[in-house]
Design a protein around this ligand. Structure first.
Ligand SMILES: Nc1ncnc2c1ncn2[C@@H]1O[C@H](COP(=O)(O)OP(=O)(O)OP(=O)(O)O)[C@@H](O)[C@H]1O
Length: 253
């Protein structure tokens, strides 16, 4: 079943006197429980598109449908996972994870039970009472993911969440992310500039063209999980994506 659909999404930005057309008509259908990675040249509008899907930014033309209904703003069914920097340093890890539930008026006992479950899933139980500044970057990123997951959204929107991580931590999180997806069956839209990351995570990869961007090609990754970046059989998919991407990056230069 399709639960998220972008129809001809167009977005301009004003730069002094120049009106920049960022999104040139994005069309994308995402089935319930799919993991779709968005790749494209720098500045093509991936983050802009994700913000529009989240309801945090508006579009000039087109529409986003969730379960067939137009999206008109933010909603609890679509949650953006912010970078680890968006955590609250004055709150303990458990309170960071519970924050959205508290805002939603969920009673303390229930909040604690839910956050314990996700802290366990993210292997953070021993750090529940620590402050976020006492954690490594990878651990903070896991807190940020747990904070989104506790809200039990249908759709998780992730904008380059692993970009600031060292290679080893990223490899661990790539495996964890696949386990989380398998366990929770969430629909995930994941922006990355890293093609290897996209083929490891995605059940499908959508390649954006240069600005004004459209989705140039969608590539299904039908391959067993959990996947690791070193798996040589994934190279074929990477090459297909890079063949689409290279001319777009060159055009932009
Ligand atoms: N608030 C804004 N005001 C003006 N222009 C903007 C704004 N946000 C984005 N843009 C422009 O829109 C285009 C798309 O930006 P966006 O950040 O969505 O691209 P991206 O594909 O996510 O890039 P990257 O991969 O480098 O993060 C860029 O040319 C950028 O300059």
């Amino acid at each position: 079943m399709v639960n998220l659909e972008a129809r001809n999404v167009v977005k301009h930005f004003q730069h002094d006197k120049y009106r920049l057309k960022a999104l040139g008509g994005i069309n994308l259908k995402v089935e319930d429980g799919e993991f779709v990675c968005l790749v494209g040249p720098s500045g093509c509008g991936k983050s802009t598109f994700l913000r529009i899907v989240a309801g945090m930014d508006t579009m000039d033309e087109g529409e986003i449908l969730f379960d067939g209904k137009p999206v008109t703003g933010t909603g609890p069914e679509r949650i953006m996972v912010f970078q680890e920097g968006a955590l609250f340093p004055w709150l303990k890890v458990s309170d960071n994870v519970e924050f959205g539930l508290k805002m939603a008026g969920v009673p303390k006992d229930e909040r604690t039970e839910i956050s314990r479950r996700y802290l366990d899933m993210m292997q953070l139980t021993d750090f529940a009472d620590s402050y976020t500044y006492q954690l490594s970057t990878g651990m903070k990123q896991r807190v940020a993911i747990a904070r989104a997951l506790v809200m039990d959204p249908d759709v998780l929107l992730m904008d380059e969440p692993f970009a600031a991580l060292d290679a080893q931590t990223r490899d661990l999180l790539l495996v964890e992310m696949q386990l989380i997806w398998t366990r929770t069956k969430k629909t995930i839209l994941f922006v990355t500039h890293n093609v290897s990351e996209a083929v490891v995570l995605g059940s499908r990869v959508a390649v954006f063209s240069g600005r004004p961007s459209v989705i140039k090609k969608e590539i299904s990754i039908d391959y067993k999980r959990p996947r690791i970046p070193e798996d040589g059989d994934l190279m074929k998919y990477q090459q297909d994506i890079l063949a689409e991407l290279r001319p777009e990056v060159k055009k932009g230069k």
